[in-house]
Design a protein around this ligand. Structure first.
Ligand SMILES: [Zn+2]
Length: 243
């Protein structure tokens, strides 16, 4: 073996050693970061002073963690609902919004069920919040949204869910309130009587397919955000002892 070959072997050894050392260091950094991360965000760490910040961060990132939410895509699996002259159906608008709401609440830590209008699971259905999503006629030139819940003194939580949806949906979409057109189908919504009596429930008509079409079909994220904010408003108030 010549001089230069020897030097190459030595350099090779050094390089390998450096790589080994760097790997070990990286691994140690990763382990420390992981342990720190788990300790900072561990939900059961509530109360331990140094971890409060971590718990808050966890709460901010996953405000719906541990919650179970049911979302009905109005008319899905059943019929088209309202239909526009060009073929746009209420069912397809409802489904796009309902899917966006489910994605968003799941991203915030909740588990969610996307339910059909006459879903088998509705019977005795239990959840922390239940919202059915519908849209209004394509025939009239009206604009606005409305929310209704089951008028039942036993479930005042539903009334608060309805209030939160009224407020947050308005804030997110800027649509006017349209309480005058709340129909029997809304206030006596069939699913209200099928789900468990303890499940807070509401139905929202997200807008009219004619006048509010642009918002409903081109800004589904904004529409969904209004519903998600309503659900979150309700669940957070309850945590503060509102029930
Ligand atoms: Zn409908």
């Amino acid at each position: 073996m010549g001089k230069s070959a020897n030097r190459q072997v030595r350099q090779g050894d050094m390089r390998r050693q450096t790589i080994r050392w760097a790997r070990g260091f990286l691994l140690a950094v990763l382990v420390v970061a992981l342990v720190a991360g788990v300790m900072a965000t561990w939900p059961s760490a509530r109360g331990a002073a140094p971890m409060v910040g971590g718990v808050r961060l966890f709460g901010a990132l996953f405000p719906l963690a541990g919650r179970h939410i049911g979302i009905v895509a109005g008319h899905s699996g059943s019929d088209a609902g309202a239909v526009c002259p060009d073929g746009l159906t209420e069912a397809q608008v409802n489904l796009a919004i309902a899917e966006a709401v489910v994605r968003e609440v799941e991203a915030r830590g909740a588990t969610a069920d996307l339910l059909a209008e006459f879903d088998e699971r509705l019977s005795g259905y239990r959840a922390d919040a239940f919202v059915s999503i519908h849209a209004d006629s394509c025939e009239v030139d009206l604009s606005g949204y409305k929310v209704a819940g089951l008028e039942d003194a036993r479930n005042s939580a539903s009334a608060r869910l309805v209030e939160c949806l009224w407020r947050e949906y308005e804030r997110a979409t800027g649509l006017p309130r349209h309480p005058d057109t709340i129909t029997y189908d809304m206030s006596q919504y069939h699913a209200f009587r099928e789900i468990a009596g303890t499940t807070p429930a509401a139905i929202i008509e997200i807008g009219f397919l004619k006048a509010d079409r642009d918002l409903l079909t081109r800004q589904p994220q904004r529409v969904a955000a209004g519903i998600v904010a309503g659900i979150e408003c309700f669940l957070q108030n309850r945590e503060q002892g509102g029930r």
